[in-house]
Design a protein around this ligand. Structure first.
Ligand SMILES: Nc1ncnc2c1ncn2[C@@H]1O[C@H](COP(=O)(O)OP(=O)(O)OP(=O)(O)O)[C@@H](O)[C@H]1O
Length: 228
């Protein structure tokens, strides 16, 4: 495999706080168009790993490599190519649901931005709440808005932190179908999840954070680990 095939990878990445590692070093590599999950018990370090990969939190040591070079999360290329949904996503309290999506779509220079916004509102069943402010939404509706904001924009790598959280089963199933369609278009997925269905339907492998130990296993074994 040439480095050109690998979209994002970590090399002996130690994650943690105040110089204290949470687990052994993590090395993974995700090829363009592949799907990698991150699983483990509550508090095992999944969100910390995502935050470290995104440069939102410093690594204790080790590196994150994006398309063959050390990741620069501030670079125009990274911001253009990578769409992110993190659990504690930020809203503008004075912008409505529709305005949030309009801002993202126009910020990414989507010409038919109105149609793209309407499409997301329809997909996530947010048409009844388009004029509401974030604080007027249910927790599930807020989660759907975060996902819509990540999916409305073009991206070649999609990083999602527990996208299933607070979604009803019908939306989950619809979302997973969409993730499979994105993968068919060579979009790469890096996803923290507790949902075996997402792993089976959308991913190839998972990184399992199991106490101090870290291992990469196939998707079916990962789903079974969550179900045991
Ligand atoms: N800012 C912080 N400072 C110090 N420790 C932290 C900080 N944030 C998280 N931790 C600790 O790091 C560990 C890993 O947390 P993290 O949020 O990465 O877990 P997780 O695997 O995503 O958990 P969950 O499944 O509950 O979302 C936990 O023990 C947590 O208490």
């Amino acid at each position: 495999m040439s480095s050109g095939d690998r979209q994002i990878e970590t090399d002996e990445l130690l994650i943690g706080y105040a110089g204290q590692a949470l687990c052994e070093p993590i090395s993974f590599s995700v090829q363009t168009g592949a799907g990698l999950g991150i699983i483990g018990a509550n508090g095992s370090g999944k969100s910390s790993l995502i935050r470290t990969v995104l440069g939102l939190q410093p690594a204790v040591s080790g590196t994150v490599i994006y398309c063959g070079s050390p990741l620069d999360e501030g670079s125009a290329r990274f911001r253009q190519e990578v769409a992110v949904q993190v659990t504690d996503g930020v809203f503008f309290e004075e912008l409505t649901v529709a305005e949030h999506l309009e801002m993202v779509a126009r910020g990414h220079r989507i010409k038919a931005w109105q149609a793209a916004v309407d499409n997301e509102l329809e997909f996530f069943q947010l048409t009844e709440v388009t004029q509401r402010l974030p604080q007027e939404l249910s927790s599930g509706q807020r989660r759907k808005l975060l996902l819509a904001a990540a999916l409305i924009r073009p991206a070649s790598l999609l990083i999602l932190d527990e996208p299933e959280q607070r979604l009803d089963q019908r939306i989950r199933t619809k979302l997973y179908r969409r993730l499979r369609q994105l993968r068919a278009k060579q979009v790469t997925l890096l996803v923290v999840t507790h949902d075996p269905q997402l792993i089976r339907e959308c991913l190839d492998e998972v990184v399992l954070l199991d106490g101090d130990q870290v291992q990469t296993i196939d998707a079916q074994s990962g789903a079974l680990w969550l179900e045991r």
